[in-house]
Ligand binder design. Structure first.
Ligand SMILES: [Zn+2]
Length: 150
């Protein structure tokens, strides 16, 4: 426990993509970026693109949950408010991010989104879990927590 509380976590800033070191014990205290001084966590999901996706999934010490979606996808739009709610509940224990697969076709192809919406969870640069299909906020939270614990 003491080890965990003293542990330093690397968090990638959603505004400038710089990596900031945050003591795990202070994660819930609205930490700010050491580079641009903006808040590292807000209640809503962040947007990831081909330019910063790799850095966020590989350099964050917290898990990154990406919602692969597209503007033309009805179920994706239906799920968006649930993902927002889940972000408000789960951050800063995990980073919730949206990837627009219509704008970011390379990422869409790379992460195999034959069906969208798809949630994929990354830790240490690797995909550790995947959940296809639209789900509600409670199910998203349960799924993320189950994969963090496991
Ligand atoms: Zn920053």
């Amino acid at each position: 426990m003491e080890f965990f509380m003293n542990k330093i976590l690397h968090i990638v800033c959603p505004h400038c993509d710089a990596v900031t070191r945050v003591p795990a014990a202070r994660l819930g205290e609205h930490p700010k970026c050491g580079n641009c001084h903006r808040h590292l966590f807000e209640s809503h999901p962040i947007e990831l693109t081909g330019a910063n996706f790799r850095k966020h999934v590989s350099r964050n010490d917290i898990p990154v949950v990406a919602d692969f979606w597209a503007p033309w996808c009805g179920p994706c739009k239906m799920m968006a408010p649930a993902f927002e709610q889940a972000a408000a509940r789960l951050q800063p224990r995990g980073r919730l991010a949206k990837v627009n697969t219509e704008a970011e076709q390379m990422l869409g192809a790379q992460y195999g989104n034959r069906s969208i919406p798809t949630l994929a969870m990354f830790h240490g640069g690797r995909e550790i879990a995947r959940q296809p299909g639209a789900t509600g906020a409670a199910d998203i939270i349960r799924w993320v927590n189950g994969n963090i614990a496991g």
